[in-house]
Design a protein around this ligand. Structure first.
Ligand SMILES: [Zn+2]
Length: 344
């Protein structure tokens, strides 16, 4: 539980919590659960959010009241309260640390006018089922030059058997939920299709609370079908490595990269970087969030890179902020290409 979640829970009305637990509260008093009580001696202090019995001196806050009465450990008591009162909380997904599946904690997504919504519960569940095969590891280390530490930190995994993975997903979550979060789509003849049909490396996009908001697949076998990157269906790509913002102070340098490999490369070079998947995913909400940093961009040395640079610059200029452009040394096309060739 994050401190924010706990303070949200502690902000609940102690009387309402007591009533949910089955107490009859009259004039802020109820029969005590801890001693043989005939006249109500359990007092509720609405302001402090606490209870106390003036006979046996049992006392505590809303969470203690649930712990005591339902005989639950702290975390489960919190989860019970979150569910009972439909609290909107964001619990962190801890990268590289597997937590128990089937958590009871509910969360609510911001309302967007679309039936398609990212679903961190499903994405995290999927990532936890996956490992990284030797093929994936070889590609990331040898071809891309990424270290094992960074691969682990970013929770990069792969799918070697997409059919089995898809069937497991369907069994656990149902087709409707998978459609809504972009993990499958309706193909010809109304047939539900897995979005990843052959070997892919999976890059999870964690938000500031370490919850996974997006997944991108990287195919390696591109002889027959040339698509390298496979995005979720109908879900807007999230910003890659946005969690780096928690390590920045106001005025620090932040690099905006196009795509995942350049972002990871920048990190290897000791730069703080976030990745945006294409110019169209650069929006004003993100700009507002980044106003307090010095912004640098290392666009690819091609037309796409120029378009990307222009759109980032325009978005910041509109808010009165300048953006520094850093050129990739010739003849390299992008940062990762430079990195793996140059032996930085
Ligand atoms: Zn008592």
């Amino acid at each position: 539980m994050t401190p924010e979640t706990i303070s949200k829970i502690k902000g609940l009305s102690i009387t309402q919590v007591a009533e949910k637990l089955g107490f009859t509260v009259v004039k802020k008093k109820a029969l005590c659960f801890s001693h043989d009580d005939r006249t109500p001696s359990l007092n509720f202090d609405e302001k402090k959010g606490r209870y106390r019995c003036y006979v046996c001196d049992v006392k505590g806050d809303v969470i203690n009241l649930v712990e005591e009465n339902l005989n639950l450990p702290f975390v489960d008591a919190c989860a019970w309260l979150i569910n009972q009162f439909q609290l909107v909380v964001t619990e962190p997904y801890r990268l590289s640390r597997f937590k128990k599946a089937n958590r009871v904690v509910k969360y609510t997504l911001p309302v967007i006018q679309s039936p398609f919504q990212p679903n961190p519960d499903i994405y995290e569940w999927l990532v936890k089922q996956l490992t990284l095969s030797q093929t994936g590891l070889n590609y990331l280390t040898t071809k891309r030059g990424f270290s094992r530490e960074v691969i682990e930190e970013l929770d990069i995994r792969d799918i070697t058997d997409p059919i089995t993975v898809f069937n497991t997903l369907k069994e656990e979550w149902g087709t409707d939920a998978l459609l809504e979060c972009g993990l499958c789509k309706i193909g010809d003849n109304n047939i539900v299709k897995n979005i990843w049909w052959d070997y892919v490396i999976i890059f999870p996009f964690a938000d500031l609370n370490y919850r996974i908001q997006y997944l991108q697949g990287r195919r390696l076998n591109i002889d027959r079908i040339p698509n390298k990157y496979i995005n979720l269906s109908n879900i807007r790509p999230y910003v890659y490595n946005i969690h780096i913002l928690t390590q920045l102070n106001d005025g620090d340098q932040l690099y905006i990269c196009e795509g995942i490999p350049d972002t990871i490369t920048a990190m290897h070079l000791g730069l703080k970087a976030i990745g945006v998947l294409g110019a169209s995913n650069f929006d004003s909400e993100l700009v507002t969030m980044l106003m307090k940093y010095r912004i640098g961009v290392m666009p690819d040395a091609d037309t796409g890179g120029q378009i990307f640079m222009d759109s980032v610059r325009k978005a910041f200029n509109e808010k009165g902020k300048t953006v520094q452009k850093y050129n990739i040394p010739k003849p390299y096309n992008d940062l990762n290409e430079y990195f793996i060739t140059k032996d930085c």
